[in-house]
Each structure stands twice: as structure tokens, then as C-alpha cells.
Design a protein around this ligand. Structure first.
Ligand SMILES: [Fe+2]
Ligand SMILES: [Fe+2]
Length: 205
């Protein structure tokens, strides 16, 4: 199957919407997003002392170790997403709950395993629809090689979730990593709909 249910996502996190066959199985990121992020990466949002202190204040010790293990590019992207999320939630009852910025900071932590260059990431993004989730998982299980790394990249959500759970990170943080690539919006198990929608909007661009 080429939708998220083949990964067991729907049972835990989805409440509505079935993606018609043939649609992009990984709809979240666009090439334009990648291009914008590549430009933005030159300005490292995660290296400022104040941002580092804020990251430390919202992550547990185990989560922080995972966050630190990301590339500078992914750390920078994660801080931008988490700060955008914080602004979106500031006037809501969810403001101040560290689980949500933590989910933003670690949503892409599974990419730590891929070691793809920016060009390879763009190529993987272009190929994702043709590859599909099932084949991507098969590639991710290969012992070595570019196809393994592309497979890991295309399934970075579930890989990140496993990393967070193995490290002892919070349940909601792992769940968001697991479903963020394909979640259609609305409530996810343990994450209110307003927070899901803010997380999705914050990860655009
Ligand atoms: Fe992602
Ligand atoms: Fe992201």
C-alpha cells in the first residue's frame, strides 16, 4: 500500500481522510521548501546562545542528546520550525507546554541516519512518489548503499520515532515524528488538533 496505513500510522494517529491511490505518499515537503531551507541554512538559526538555551529548556536530557546529534542544517531547520510553532501557540491554552516545541525540534531526527547531501535529498524528494512507502522501507533495510540511505530518508519519520522511544523521549514527541510526513491534519493520538495544525503549518517553508 502506498499510504501511511502501511506503516501503521492511521491506527495510532489518523482520525480522518484516506489518501486516494496514486497520490504522493510523502506529501509534506516540497522542492521549494528544500531550496528555501538550503538558503536559510547559511544563516544557522540553532547556533545563537539564546537559541541553544531555549532548546535546552524545552527538551529532556535524552531528547537533547538526540537533537545535538543532528546535522547543523537539520538543527537550524528544527529551531525555525519550533519557534514558528511557539508563535502560533502563544495565545492558546497550549502555550508553555514543552512537549510541542520538543516535537518540532525532533520531528526530523530520523534524518540523522541518512547522511545524504543536499543534492541527494532533492533527488530523493523528486523520486519519493515513484518509490512509495513500501519500497522505501525495503531499501531502508538494505545493509549499505545509496538506496539504503534514500530509503532511510524517505521513512525518516518512523525511524526518528524509534530513535526517540529508544532514548526515552516523551510519547508525544515520538508520535509526532512518526506521523509528521503524511498526517492530513486534525487530532493525532495524544496531540490536540490545534497543536497538530500548528506543527504542520510551522514545518512549511
Ligand atoms: Fe520530515
Ligand atoms: Fe521538517
Amino acid at each position: 500500500m502506498r499510504d501511511g496505513s502501511s506503516l501503521g500510522y492511521r491506527a495510532r494517529g489518523w482520525t480522518s481522510g484516506r489518501r486516494p491511490a496514486g497520490e504522493d505518499p510523502f506529501p509534506r515537503v516540497t522542492l521549494l521548501d528544500l531550496a528555501r531551507r538550503a538558503v536559510g541554512a547559511a544563516h544557522d538559526a540553532a547556533s545563537a546562545p539564546a537559541e541553544r538555551a531555549w532548546v535546552r529548556s524545552v527538551l529532556t536530557e535524552a531528547e537533547l542528546a538526540l537533537w545535538e546529534g543532528q546535522t547543523a542544517y537539520d538543527r537550524s531547520h528544527s529551531v525555525r520550525v519550533a519557534r514558528r510553532l511557539e508563535r502560533r501557540l502563544e495565545a492558546t491554552p497550549h502555550a508553555g507546554d514543552t512537549r510541542w516545541p520538543a516535537a518540532a525540534l525532533l520531528h526530523d531526527v530520523g534524518k540523522t541516519t541518512t547522511a545524504l547531501s543536499m543534492v541527494e535529498r532533492a533527488a530523493a524528494t523528486l523520486s519519493r512518489r515513484a518509490v512509495g512507502l513500501a519500497r522505501a522501507r525495503t531499501w531502508a533495510a538494505r545493509p549499505t548503499g545509496l538506496r539504503r540511505r534514500v530509503g532511510l530518508y524517505l521513512t525518516h519519520g518512523e525511524i526518528g520515532a524509534a530513535m526517540i522511544r529508544a532514548a526515552g523521549g516523551r510519547d508525544e514527541v515520538a508520535l509526532w515524528a512518526e506521523v509528521h510526513q503524511t498526517h492530513p491534519g486534525g487530532h493525532a493520538a495524544g496531540i490536540p488538533a490545534a497543536v497538530v495544525d500548528a506543527l504542520l503549518a510551522a514545518d512549511t517553508g
